[in-house]
Design a protein around this ligand. Sequence first.
Ligand SMILES: *Cc1c(COP(=O)(O)O)cnc(C)c1O
Length: 398
Amino acid sequence: MTDRNEDSALMRTYARLPVAFERGEGVWLYDAEGRRYLDGIGGIGVCGLGHAHPAVAEALCEQARTLLHTSNLYRIPLQARLAERLTALTGMDAAFFCNSGAEANEAAIKLARLHGRRRGVAVPTVVVTEGSFHGRTLATLSATGNRRVQAGFEPLVHGFVRVPYGDLEAVRTVARNSPDVVAVLVEPVQGEGGVVVPPPDYLAGLRTLCDEHGWLLMLDEVQTGTGRCGAFLACQAAGVTPDVVTLAKGLANGVPIGACLARGEAAALFAPGTHASTFGGNPLACRAALAVLDVLEAEGLPARAAHLGEWVRARLREALAEVPGVREVRGLGLMIGIELDRPCGALVGEALDRGLLVNVTAERVVRLLPPLVIAESEAATLADGVATLIREFLAAAA
Ligand SMILES: *Cc1c(COP(=O)(O)O)cnc(C)c1O
């Protein structure tokens, strides 16, 4: 066990579990006593290739010995190469690189405002949804549909109008009543909001509305992207191409990076001096992301996430079918949520005691975001372990 006092010089932003990991390998993490844990949360959807992946480690070591950082005062060939790979994978035209999901969304929101200014809109307004999560900077927490993320940080950034998630009619109503709307920003599947999958026609319906009104369709794929949901982007499975899409979590397997990709007019809105990041797209981060893309492609990991995710959900549904208190097993690809009828945060510590790393979000939803490289036998261990835990948790509480 770690001494909690060791953390006393840290600001108290996190309610951390009493464990620290020393090393990892694939889907396994090891603490100082050598105890191993099956990682069902993958650093919150970051470590898609698992821990200490040799291809990423090799690329990072070589790049660290060669060149880490030069700044965007100069051309960065690795950044240009990563932009080419990502635009080819997503159907976008250009990329801006930063260091996190929130920053990628900040770039998207700034693009929406430039798009609005160009159209002569006085107060460019972005449609956002209830239950959404877009980050912790002032603009992205203002876009976020969770009062607890916003409380204490008022005044919020203006220029957002909120609608229920998954509800196209509500967006149509906004279209009729709010002439200042210039864009829609949504997650294809809500992550922090509780692994909420919208109706099947939702993204396509938003695409149509955006086309009708000259709005930008901006998808926050920070959690759903990079192969997690069964295609490189979750929206590709729905056959929808956005105007702006943001990536971060899984893009470099743990090296901080964010990307804002855009297409058409939106790809040409930034001009020199209008947006920037000192670290953004530096050679180290781009090299790591390129290594991730190589492995994703070579091993067909997005397709694997699609079928393995279905398989895990089927196994969980079967194991939990007759269990009162289990509301729903849902998700897309290897983004999996099990909604209970009561708060279940305590389940996370019980899982830890049994060597399983899971997460609870939106109070009642057990969330799994395992590495995309998880073997079938490991996925079975994870599903069975989680099902047992949930059964015992609900039985003890009854
Ligand atoms: C995690 C997340 C963010 C914020 O990413 P950070 O890297 O923590 O800033 C934004 N949007 C979504 C959908 C996320 O899941």
